[in-house]
Design a binder for this molecule. Structure first.
Ligand SMILES: NC(=O)c1ccc[n+]([C@@H]2O[C@H](COP(=O)([O-])OP(=O)(O)OC[C@H]3O[C@@H](n4cnc5c(N)ncnc54)[C@H](OP(=O)(O)O)[C@@H]3O)[C@@H](O)[C@H]2O)c1
Length: 256
């Protein structure tokens, strides 16, 4: 391994929603750079994915554990932090990646829809970071996975889009509040990536997204690895002077 690849040796990373899509790619990248990883997931069907992933990342000479916890539940943040501390004794990097998307026009909005999305996308990350504080090390990293949806004003995205805007706002507050420990806190803003989440919104939505990429500088969907690479930069020592920021990963789909 080159020194560049081992920049995270000895670090402990938590990745929420780490079994599939962008989260899985982030787990692989952080492990390949030497970090031990706590992989969170929620569905029973992802248990075997988590097991396989743990075996895969071990080939980098790192350790990994998984923890099943629904980030939308009140006890998930503590459960994930306890798993990290029990396995590794500390936390260096938190990647708030796990998220849910669902689109509804204003007229169809319900409190249940709002709570389903906000509890996972906003409340979960907020309390995960809060619970981590006693264990979060000097020069730690908080990386929140936002979305271009936070700025697009897409019809039907009131709840999802605003949940991502809230997450970006939390990144900035934490950048200020945790600076005394030299912790940085940033958001990554992916454009459309063809994962299960995007497919779950339906073929018409995927089609629309595909067409919308045609106006981008690079007219295609992004890949999970392209997003993970940005997270890798933010997790590493070379990003110390970047905090409270939003890094786009969208191939020129949306210029901030
Ligand atoms: N794909 C895109 O186009 C796109 C664009 C912009 C931003 N994003 C953001 O990127 C992040 C990852 O999305 P993705 O596209 O990679 O989705 P994905 O392939 O559907 O994977 C979602 C991951 O999140 C986990 N997850 C879902 N609900 C959870 C919960 N309540 N508690 C804990 N984990 C949960 C899933 O765990 P299980 O496997 O256990 O279900 C899975 O590991 C999300 O925050 C999303 O908003 C995605």
């Amino acid at each position: 391994m080159s020194p560049q690849q081992q920049t995270l040796k000895g670090k402990v990373a938590i990745v929420t929603g780490g079994t599939r899509g962008i989260g899985e790619a982030i787990v692989k990248l952080l492990a390949s750079r030497g970090a031990d990883v706590v992989i969170n997931y929620t569905s029973d069907s992802s248990e075997s994915l988590a097991k396989n992933l743990i075996e895969q990342v071990k080939t980098h000479g790192v350790k990994a554990v998984s923890v099943q916890a629904d980030m939308g539940s009140l006890d998930a943040p503590k459960k994930i932090v306890n798993a990290a501390v029990e396995a590794f004794g500390k936390i260096d990097i938190i990647v708030n990646n796990g998220g849910v998307a669902d689109f509804k026009p204003l007229t169809d909005l319900t409190v249940e829809h709002y709570e389903k999305i906000y509890n996972v996308n906003v409340r979960g990350p907020l309390f995960l970071v809060k619970e981590s504080i006693p264990h979060l090390q000097e020069y730690g990293r908080i990386i929140n996975i936002s979305s271009v949806a936070a700025r697009l004003g897409l019809a039907g995205s009131s709840v999802y889009a605003s949940s991502k805007t809230a997450l970006e706002s939390l990144s900035r507050v934490w950048a200020t509040e945790l600076a005394d420990k030299n912790v940085t806190s940033n958001s990554v803003n992916p454009g459309p990536v063809l994962t299960n989440m995007l497919s779950s919104l339906g073929p018409e939505f995927v089609d629309g997204m595909q067409k919308s990429t045609e106006r981008a500088a690079f007219p295609r969907f992004g890949t999970v690895e392209e997003i993970a690479n940005i997270v890798g930069f933010l997790a590493g020592p070379e990003s110390q002077w970047v905090t409270g920021d939003v890094l786009s990963g969208n191939g020129g789909y949306l210029y901030l």
